[in-house]
Design a protein around this ligand. Structure first.
Ligand code: RIB
Length: 340
């Protein structure tokens, strides 16, 4: 493999000193003739020279980076969240470094350690498996500013809280109003706290019906595949197939349910009303369009980046906390039982 060009190579090729190259590339080369400046730029392009920002930051302390660890970058909830973080990072001159942990703690801890080793300025953690101990031992002991959100339920420090309990309530309220009384919730067995709060909110609303409802919880991962497998469990069970409404705890699960039902000629919403959670973009492009709880996903990213950058700039600041709300977007995957 070809060796990466260094500033030394560049200086040699353009016939000037390293200091001169550095000043010209940093826009501070006014004292040099335009011919010299041009030569440096030509050499830079010829050698495909990319500045070594790590070395540069050690000298100038001007490069600011934030790390972001998410459990599933393929899920558009997390990619939208990242867009929000990126937007603010760009405005504030921070470079975001994004890592996907694939829901595996070994990756979460690996990236956390590597980021700290590289003198990261701050970290946003959405992954659930980084424990309070790791946050304490790796981040707090090294004075690295951090912010936790979504699936990570660490309770100290700065955080963004989204009202998932209310989200679950909104789903139950909507389905009850449509006349449903026999429900299924599809969610992970070991759910992170935010996801579990949706179930708690859902139950809280159902309990107002006293005993006149049925609720079954089916366990699946927060993926399309999880939803697909759940559809098979439902269709193979005499009890579950009697249900009329399903709360998919995220939209990925709902998408998997759609596929499983469509493959078996089960109609949505005629046979099952389905409500998802997150309101990802594709909800509007599937048939029928998915009713879903809208999380302010990009806003979560925006606020997360703002809080973290404030913390980096002022480590002594009081603990920061932001609560964001959710709303139900009613589309075509739910229907009143009275219609049948
Ligand atoms: O789709 C991923 C889900 O897990 C989202 O609902 C998000 O809130 C996360 O916890």
């Amino acid at each position: 493999m070809k060796k990466k060009a260094t500033i030394k190579d560049l200086a040699k090729m353009s016939g000037v000193s390293i200091t001169a190259v550095s000043q010209i590339l940093n826009g501070k080369g006014q004292r040099f003739s335009s011919k010299t400046r041009q030569n440096v730029i030509l050499a830079k392009n010829k050698l495909n020279y990319i500045p070594n920002y790590n070395a540069r930051s050690l000298v100038k302390k001007d490069l600011k980076t934030i790390g972001i660890i998410v459990p599933d970058i393929g899920n558009s909830f997390f990619s939208t969240l990242i867009k929000g973080i990126q937007e603010i990072s760009k405005e504030e001159n921070f470079l975001p470094l994004i890592f996907n942990s694939s829901h595996q703690s070994k990756f979460e801890n690996y990236y956390l350690n590597k980021l700290v080793e590289r003198n990261i300025n701050g970290i946003i953690i959405a992954s659930p498996l980084i424990t309070a101990k790791a946050i304490h031992d790796i981040l707090e002991k090294n004075n690295i500013p951090y912010l936790v959100l979504d699936q990570n339920s660490f309770v100290h420090g700065d955080r963004i809280y989204v009202d998932d309990f209310q989200g679950g309530k909104l789903v139950a309220k909507h389905l009850i109003e449509l006349g449903h009384r026999d429900f299924i919730v599809v969610m992970p067995k070991k759910s992170p706290n935010n996801v579990d709060s949706r179930l708690q909110g859902f139950k809280n609303e159902l309990n107002k019906l006293r005993d006149s409802f049925k609720l079954n919880v089916i366990y699946s991962s927060l993926t399309k595949d999880g939803g697909y497998l759940a559809s098979k469990k439902i269709l193979n069970s005499k009890k579950l197939i009697q249900s009329t409404a399903i709360f998919a705890i995220d939209d990925e699960i709902a998408l998997g349910l759609y596929r499983g039902f469509i493959e078996n000629n089960i109609k949505i919403p005629e046979d099952f009303s389905i409500v998802g959670y997150d309101d990802i973009e594709i909800d509007n492009y599937i048939f029928p369009k998915l009713t879903s709880v809208k999380q302010p996903t990009k806003e979560i990213g925006i606020q997360a980046a703002k809080l973290l950058i404030k913390r980096i700039n002022n480590p002594k600041k009081n603990e920061q906390f932001i609560k964001l709300s959710v709303k139900l977007i009613i589309r075509n995957s739910t229907k009143s039982l009275a219609h049948y």
